[in-house]
Design a binder for this molecule. Structure first.
Ligand code: AVI
Length: 334
């Protein structure tokens, strides 16, 4: 078939996505990177997940912030003014609690929202500026996992980086450490990093959170296949893959997989490629690491932060840890 006649010719291929799919589905076991979840439909499904009764993470972290925001902000600010920078800001829903606490101490607040999704950023800015007078939102549309540079703060201002929602848990240990070191490089001594991490808890609660009764998490997981069908002209039949959530105690992580119900072959027109699946074979789509008390402090220390405070909820299900940037050595770590 000539390129002009090929269905693939009508697709504007995202090379990064094509590479990720080829590498991930060409490997054993098969896997796909979790950033593929977050197209517009996936970002909307994730927002729905955060409101599910089983998905305790968002609700628990918000409750910690509501009770302890004043203390967190006072510790982070010292006798200065704060500027917020949120990594993976999304809708920045929980961040408003911290904004209000900061505005109780200072006039005006600059909020730098970092996210890959321009749609999410624009919606967050419109809502925040409408609802919280005094906040000036700056949008930084970028993938912070590839490194980033921030403008210097103004005289008398301290930066507080917010890395909440246990987003760090979606990265392998080495990658997580690299992200935190990159954040530290952008900060001055005395600036802060508030890290939110999900803690290990009973298996039933974890499994329910990643396999909810309404099937929203299943739709979120399968949306990866919808996206690949659309963007690479693939022919995944969604009815022939099942959502699986698994607690891997050895690795201390929740895993999401898509399990093939039968032996089948999937074609990727844009790649002129086919992949075989055997019955029961899975595509590993996400890890969500769960931590133990003390882990967040250790990760922060390794990246050059001293722990200034740790907060948890009554059940000990989620933890927020504030790191203060320490004087930087002369090492040349990334
Ligand atoms: C964004 N991230 C912290 C979520 C998590 O819990 O790992 C993504 C998610 N995956 C399934 N449900 C929510």
């Amino acid at each position: 078939m000539s390129p002009a006649a090929s269905p693939a010719a009508f697709l504007q291929i995202d090379e990064q996505l094509a590479r990720a799919v080829r590498t991930g589905l060409g490997s054993r076991p098969k896997m796909l990177p979790p950033w593929l979840f977050y197209d517009q439909a996936g970002s909307e499904l994730f927002e729905q997940i955060t409101e599910l009764p089983e998905y305790y993470l968002t609700r628990t972290e918000r409750a910690i912030l509501e009770r302890r925001a004043g203390e967190m902000i006072a510790l982070a600010a010292g006798d200065g003014r704060l500027r917020f920078t949120e990594l993976g800001a999304g809708s920045a829903e929980k961040t408003r609690v911290l904004m209000r606490a900061a505005l109780a101490r200072q006039n005006g607040l600059v909020f730098e929202a970092v996210d890959v999704s321009a749609t999410a950023l624009l919606a967050a800015r419109a809502r925040i500026e409408r609802e919280i007078p005094g906040v000036k939102v700056r949008l930084l549309e970028m993938d912070y996992t590839n490194g980033f540079e921030l403008d210097a703060c103004e005289e008398g201002e301290r930066r507080l980086v917010l890395y909440i929602g246990s987003s760090i848990g979606n990265f392998e240990q080495e990658e997580a450490a690299r992200i935190l070191r990159r954040v530290r490089k952008q900060l001055d001594e005395g600036d802060g990093l508030l890290l939110g991490v999900d803690l290990v808890k009973d298996e039933a609660a974890l499994l329910a959170a990643y396999d909810d009764a309404a099937g929203v998490t299943a739709a979120f997981n399968k949306n990866v296949l919808v996206r690949i069908n659309r963007e690479l002209g693939a022919d995944f039949d969604l009815a022939r893959f099942n959502h699986r959530a698994v607690w891997n105690a050895t690795m201390s992580r929740m895993e999401m997989h898509l399990e093939s119900c039968a032996g089948q072959r999937v074609r990727f027109a844009a790649l002129d490629w086919e992949v075989e699946f055997s019955a029961g074979e899975t595509i590993h789509t996400e890890n969500s690491y769960k931590y133990r008390p003390g882990d967040a402090e250790a990760m922060l220390a390794e990246a050059g932060f001293a722990c200034a405070g740790t907060w948890t909820d009554q059940r000990g299900w989620f933890e927020g840890c504030l790191g203060r940037a320490e004087e930087q050595g002369t090492g040349n770590r990334e």
